[in-house]
Design a protein around this ligand. Structure first.
Ligand SMILES: Cc1ncc(COP(=O)(O)O)c(C=O)c1O
Length: 374
């Protein structure tokens, strides 16, 4: 059993073979076709890039965030969110999360506002978007740029609206274990033509207009560059995988939701386990299945007992304010994050998992729970 994994079949293999046979592996026709499909899906403009991390870096930069700007971000996220912010010289300011749903605590974020605060990056942890409305209001009232890290949230809905389909900018990841994959990949989805235009040039070394030319297999020989750019474009090989996976998203989302329900039903009978306030009926497509074991003192002992019984587990995530590079000893403590971090545990969730494997996981968790409190 695996904690997470991509699910691929002959269709992806055929698509990759088609691109290899074309002997055109860079960014071309496949990427522009993938972008067109994604634009239809989101009813918004979409740019494909090489990773979710670079999608966030490019989107922030394209929206005007730069060196010395402070960006409010929950500490409980993958380090990718932080690296994307610091890569452009901006300063990630660690914020607390709400202990019930692991979404950014907006009151705590408000206490960390300074004259340098320029943006907020909420994280739609596991595809939950319960902070969306609060963050929109907060960013509007404080004149901040709001770019949600929706790496986990492809396919998720909020109030009946697909994440990425409204106003503003969202970024997604298509890495190997996300809701769908392109091998590696990231998406900038935006209603803002300026963000799209800036990021479009920046993803290809800042060469003006090069992105559009490559869609018809042309290149720019005589060109200008007006800004810093990066080599962040997506390759046709990855776009070909992404196109097939996009057609499977609805089915994958259905399976993920069914697994989430089944886990929730079984775990409700284990009093030591607390589930987060995430509701798949609200439109969330669950990406990782994280549980909380309040008072857990020995997570590693529990994890190694489970692994010995072929149950891999994970930890989403080590908070960034504990990492040497992002530590700020002068900052106010992150009370909920520090409390919840030792108590979280991620159980296997992917679309190849079966119902009987989920019962096996919960049965073995129950059997080994005493090891969590050694
Ligand atoms: C919350 C979060 N943000 C950003 C990323 C970055 O995505 P990628 O791996 O595509 O760079 C990830 C991926 O693991 C993630 O989980």
């Amino acid at each position: 059993m695996r904690l997470s994994q991509p699910v691929l079949d002959r269709k992806e293999l055929k698509a990759v073979r088609r691109v290899l046979k074309s002997e055109f592996l860079g960014m071309g026709k496949e990427v522009s076709e993938f972008e067109a499909l994604l634009s239809d899906y989101f009813s918004n403009q979409v740019l494909c890039v090489n990773t979710g991390t670079s999608a966030l870096q490019l989107a922030l930069s394209a929206a005007g965030v730069g060196a010395g700007d402070e960006v409010l971000v929950p500490s409980l996220t993958y380090v990718a969110t932080y690296q994307a912010i610091s890569a452009i010289g901006a300063i990630p300011v660690s914020c607390d999360v709400q202990i019930n749903d692991l979404q950014i605590d907006i009151v705590d974020a408000g206490n960390r506002l300074t004259s340098k605060t320029r943006a907020v990056v909420p994280v739609y942890f596991s595809g939950a978007t319960t902070c969306l409305e609060r963050v929109e209001k907060f960013s509007f009232e404080n004149g901040l740029i709001n770019i949600p890290d929706a790496a986990h949230a492809l396919g998720s809905m909020n109030e009946g609206k697909l994440i990425g389909s409204g106003q503003g900018t969202n970024v997604f990841s298509l890495d190997g274990i996300k809701n769908i994959t392109s091998g590696e990949g990231g998406l900038i989805v935006s209603s803002d033509p300026e963000v799209i235009q800036n990021a479009k040039d920046a993803r290809l070394l800042g060469v003006i207009g090069d992105s559009s030319r490559r869609a018809s297999r042309e290149r720019s020989w005589d060109f200008d560059v007006r800004d810093q750019g990066w080599r962040f474009h997506m390759s046709d090989v990855f776009a070909a995988i992404g196109k097939v996976q996009l057609s499977k998203l609805e089915n994958f989302a259905r399976i993920r939701k069914a697994h989430f329900s089944y886990y929730s039903e079984l775990l409700a009978e284990i009093p030591e386990v607390t589930l987060f306030d995430w509701d798949i009926n609200d439109g969330m497509v669950p990406h990782v299945f994280v549980i909380r074991i309040p008072g857990m003192t020995s997570r590693e002992s529990l994890r190694s007992k489970l692994l010995a019984e072929n149950i891999p587990t994970g930890i989403h995530y080590k908070p960034n304010h504990l990492l040497s590079f992002y530590k700020n000893l002068d900052a106010a403590p992150l009370v909920a994050t520090d409390q919840v971090f030792p108590e979280i545990l991620t159980l296997p969730l992917h679309t190849k998992l079966t119902k009987s494997q989920i019962s096996d996981v919960t049965m073995k968790l129950r059997k080994n729970l005493a090891h969590a409190f050694e």
